[in-house]
Design a protein around this ligand. Structure first.
Ligand SMILES: Nc1ncnc2c1ncn2[C@@H]1O[C@H](COP(=O)(O)OP(=O)(O)OP(=O)(O)O)[C@@H](O)[C@H]1O
Ligand SMILES: [Mg+2]
Length: 502
């Protein structure tokens, strides 16, 4: 035994190390030899005893510590193994001679791992760490009651061995391995394909990969609002402990409101792509009762966004004023839905987001607008000059153009949705000038139409603000389920002001 604290001279340390290294190698060789002995030559229990003594001996000689990370711990998978396996695939160097590749049907990328017997050297904060992939064949014996014989089968036991100098044990266990698990979580999140589930039927897995190209970058909306929303989402993700401490369900609710074609659905896709959360699109006309609805909601997973579009049209609202209102199971009510979501998510939900959309915020049940119910109300407005610049950059890759001032002036004076302008821009994708000319013509026509109807955009906005303030007085309206009558994109839409919009 020697101790480094006595600070021996460099040569004696070196020779002590070589002696230790040589003895360790010898013991390792013996261990390998014993391991390869078949059970016909040496009984299993004896073999295990010898091996454990030898392991202990090798530990005494060695300055190295080896941690074994098995693929599974009992019945469940060992997350550290999965994390290390994925982490090592990012640490592959040209010295590796054998690799394994695989791909799961739902994943986007191929995953690469090292093969049996291969080693990877990693350095972390000056510590050298050696990873080795080990696979041992184990013999499993089980009694077959029918035949009355013992049957034995060979199973593969996979593990990773991590070796490093003993003095770094604390650092490796407390910093390095947790760091790898964190990396794993973020790599996994990056690779994940966002899925869209339609909640309406129970038959099988009705999900598709959400290949919606919408991202926060491509969203033409108020930049300040966009930043606020992104910050809110980031904060939400970071606050697991806070939610736990105050005993609140870890969830967040957003209400998106605005005219058709202003990007409410696109914003939901952008949120899902940003967070890598799946979307559950709940069609409220499909479940026939509250218990039906509950069954659908129970089937939703964590890290997901539950979406209920056109909330004003798709649900029978509870009339809070009529005191004698009787709620039965066959009627889905907004408060029933909200209470159930609250209850379910407080007991088993983690990282849940709920999004409601509507074209008419003023028609919503006060229950939904009450502070604390929906955490953020997001107004998706008609196109603004800033929004137009984002669309021009998305569709034409043009950042500035002599026609921009004219277009921006027209946008200020006209009620036009991002969807309408996007459609114009798509007409001549190849020819930027022609596309912008098309936008100018379109906006000119639109402005004339709107002027004929009498109201300027400035007046409309004033009206909208007043309506929002007075909105609560109108909220005792009862809207019948399935009443999405006066709103259809592409078709004509009559607003409550009696104005006809395309
Ligand atoms: N703010 C926006 N930024 C970028 N693209 C937009 C925006 N709004 C609309 N678009 C474009 O218009 C299309 C239709 O928009 P979207 O379906 O998101 O509108 P919506 O507000 O959900 O309408 P509805 O109320 O009818 O459901 C989108 O696929 C997108 O291409
Ligand atoms: Mg929509």
């Amino acid at each position: 035994m020697f101790s480094l604290t006595s600070m021996p001279s460099t040569t004696s340390v070196f020779s002590a190390y070589t002696t230790v290294a040589a003895s360790t190698m010898l013991v390792r060789t013996v261990i390998n030899d014993v391991q390869s002995l078949g059970s016909q030559l040496i009984p299993r229990t004896l073999k295990e005893k010898i091996l454990s003594r030898l392991e202990g001996l090798s530990g005494k000689f060695s300055s190295q510590l080896t941690i074994t990370i098995d693929e599974s711990s009992g019945f469940s998978v060992n997350e550290i193994y999965q994390a290390a396996e994925m982490y090592l695939s990012t640490r592959i160097t040209p010295s590796i001679e054998q690799l394994k590749v695989s791909k799961e049907p739902r994943e986007k990328d191929i995953s690469v791992t090292i093969n049996k017997g291969q080693k990877i050297i990693d350095t972390f904060e000056g510590i050298q760490l050696t990873w080795e992939f080990v696979s041992t064949a184990t013999q499993k014996t089980s009694f077959d009651g029918e035949s009355g014989f013992y049957a034995s089968e060979t199973a593969e036991r996979k593990s990773l061995q991590l070796s490093f100098h003993k003095k770094y044990m604390e650092k490796v266990l407390r910093i390095y391995l947790p760091y790898i698990v964190e990396r794993f979580k973020s790599i996994k999140a990056d690779k994940k394909a966002v899925k869209l589930y339609s909640l309406g039927s129970y038959s099988g897995d009705n999900s598709i990969n959400l290949d919606h190209p919408s991202t926060f970058e491509t969203m033409a909306m108020d930049q300040k609002l966009k930043k606020e929303l992104m910050d809110d989402l980031d904060r939400f993700l970071k606050r697991r402990r806070f939610y736990k401490r105050v005993g609140k369900a870890w969830k967040r609710g957003y209400l998106l409101y605005g005219p058709p074609g202003t990007g409410k659905s696109s914003l939901i896709a952008a949120m899902a792509n940003y967070l890598k959360f799946d979307i559950y699109d709940l069609e409220l006309t499909s479940p026939r009762s509250n218990s039906d609805l509950q069954r659908l909601l129970v089937s939703t997973g964590n890290r997901s966004i539950l979406v209920i579009e056109d909330i004003d049209c798709s649900i029978e609202l509870e009339n809070r004023q009529s005191g004698g209102y009787k709620q039965d199971d066959t009627q889905i009510t907004l408060s029933g839905l909200l209470n159930f979501v609250d209850g379910l998510w407080s007991s088993c939900g983690d990282e849940r987001i709920i999004v409601f959309t509507t074209n008419y915020k003023e028609r919503l049940d006060p229950a939904l607008l009450r502070p604390g119910r929906m955490d953020m109300h997001i107004h998706m407005s008609y196109l603004t000059p800033d929004g137009f610049r984002i669309l021009a950059s998305n569709y034409l890759n043009i950042k500035s153009h002599p026609m921009f001032p004219e277009i921006e002036q027209l946008i200020k004076e006209t009620e036009v949705t991002p969807a309408e302008v996007a459609e114009e821009l798509m007409k001549s994708e190849e020819d930027g000038d022609a596309a912008l000319k098309g936008v100018v013509d379109f906006l000119g026509r639109k402005k004339k139409e709107q002027n004929k109807c009498g109201k300027s955009k400035v007046e409309e906005e004033k009206d909208e603000d007043n309506e929002e303030e007075n909105g609560s007085q109108k909220m005792d309206k009862k809207i019948k389920r399935g009443g999405k009558k006066n709103k259809k994109k592409g078709g004509k839409m009559t607003t409550k002001r009696g104005k006809t919009r395309k």
